[in-house]
Design a protein around this ligand. Structure first.
Ligand code: SF4
Ligand code: SF4
Length: 430
């Protein structure tokens, strides 16, 4: 695609990056078939190619309207379009840049702007999320639709999170850091505890850096990009003592794929920050989704599983691979392989490439589209008659749980539970 960027942007780092991305698009339209919003709305301007065209116009200095902003807001940033693009267009980066520019040009209406500000100030802070969990049950009737749905899950979360959050003692020489994140420690601390127990069985101790927190994705994708990068710098500072040469950890593990995809991009996002560029690149290099670590430890996991008694029939699971896992990090089939090796039966899930509609704060900001996607996803997940649903990201987990009849959990919780049951059986037999 030929471009002619306007003076306000052409000599900036963002402008040059956007220009390169725009030029790589060849208009073929392969991406349209996998775009969830194009499937629902049927409007080219709600497709990747249409949005790329809109962003080209913005970057070339054409007038920007709220309508342009609406089409960009409706994008889930699911990056399914990147997966199928034959030209390797980095759509996710382009839409982040494009949204930031559009926001500066047209601003936000008071209600929309205030809602976005409130989301950044609350969801990125675990203490505030915890307090909201307690308040939520009383304030729920006063909240708008999307938030009301989220708060309705809190009752369930409180009961499930209180069990299974115990960590094993720190006893192995092999150590890895794990990110706690923002909403996960308040809503589901048992996920990281399960990860710590599974790793402990494999001879690895998981540790937390007390000052690390939100990965920055929430603010960054809500167009508060400097605020998002401040969260990133804070995590770099919190992790650096552990990962610098001679440090004690060999990897930084992510149990939420939404955080993993962002931390893996710290090196790119902070590359122009002279104080942080090198450290951020090192952090990204050491970052692993939890499935990547278990894939590397597959032999040990197989030995452990072989040493334990098996059930004749494995539990039937439907796995929802979050967009951040399959499209963002391009990790496909790894979790599924681990679950099958542990004896689970995976059921077929049609249209597994499609987003569930959670997409960070999308379920709150675009409730109607989000609910349609949720309905379709739940139907697809339940169509193979599974007993449980597994996923790999806290946002997807809560969102799918709000619409599914079946129990929904992080896959590492399900694996930990299974290993625990097998160990108990072995103990009873002895
Ligand atoms: S598939 Fe890639 S190259 Fe083709 S229109 Fe979509 S973004 Fe452009
Ligand atoms: S990121 Fe997802 S919703 Fe956005 S244009 Fe690409 S496929 Fe469509």
């Amino acid at each position: 695609m030929q471009t002619n960027l306007a003076d306000f942007i052409k000599n900036t780092a963002e402008g040059q990056e956007a220009d390169e991305i725009l030029r790589s698009c060849v208009h073929c339209g392969f991406c349209l078939a996998v775009c969830p919003t194009y499937q629902l709305l049927g409007d080219e301007l709600d497709s990747p190619r249409g949005r790329i065209y809109l962003m080209k116009q913005v970057l070339e200095g054409a007038p920007v309207t709220e309508k342009t902003q609406l089409h960009l807001d409706r994008c889930l940033t699911c990056r399914a379009c990147e997966t199928v693009c034959p030209s390797g267009v980095h759509y996710g980066r382009l839409v982040d840049i494009g949204r930031g520019i559009v926001e500066k040009k047209v601003g936000r209406r008071l209600v929309d702007g205030s809602m976005r500000y409130a989301l950044r100030q609350t969801l990125a802070r675990p203490g505030v999320v915890g307090a909201l969990m307690k308040l939520g049950r009383f304030t729920r009737p006063l909240l708008p639709g999307g938030l009301k749905n989220s708060v309705s899950l809190l009752k369930h979360e409180t009961s499930s999170r209180e069990s299974g959050a115990a960590w094993p003692p720190l006893r192995h020489n092999r150590r890895m850091l794990v990110l706690e994140g923002c909403v996960q420690p308040a809503l589901a601390p048992q996920i990281n505890a399960s990860a710590a127990r599974v790793f402990d069985r494999l001879g690895i101790s998981l540790i937390k850096a007390p000052d690390a927190g939100c990965c920055g994705a929430l603010a960054y994708h809500l167009n508060a990009q400097q605020e998002g990068m401040d969260y990133m710098r804070r995590n770099v500072d919190a992790w650096w003592p552990y990962v610098q040469p001679g440090g004690q950890v060999e990897a930084i593990v992510m149990t939420a794929s939404g955080c993993g995809v962002t931390v893996k991009e710290y090196g790119h996002l902070l590359r122009h920050d002279t104080a942080y560029a090198e450290k951020a690149a090192r952090i990204s290099e050491l970052t692993r989704d939890i499935s990547e670590v278990l894939e590397a430890e597959a032999q040990k996991l197989a030995l452990l599983l072989d040493s334990l008694p098996k059930r004749k029939k494995g539990v039937r699971l439907a796995f929802h691979s979050p967009c951040t896992l399959q499209h963002g990090m391009r990790i496909r089939g790894v979790v599924e392989k681990i679950l099958v090796s542990a004896g689970f039966q995976l059921t077929d899930v049609p249209d597994a490439h499609l987003c569930c509609g959670s997409a960070g704060t999308y379920s709150i900001l675009q409730p109607e589209l989000s609910q349609q996607l949720l309905k379709n996803k739940v139907t697809a997940l339940q169509s193979g008659d599974p007993e449980r649903i597994a996923t790999a990201n806290i946002g997807c987990l809560m969102h799918i749980r709000s619409g599914a009849k079946l129990p929904v959990a992080h896959w590492i919780e399900i694996l930990d539970e299974k290993l625990g049951d097998m160990e108990e059986q072995a103990h009873n037999r002895a």
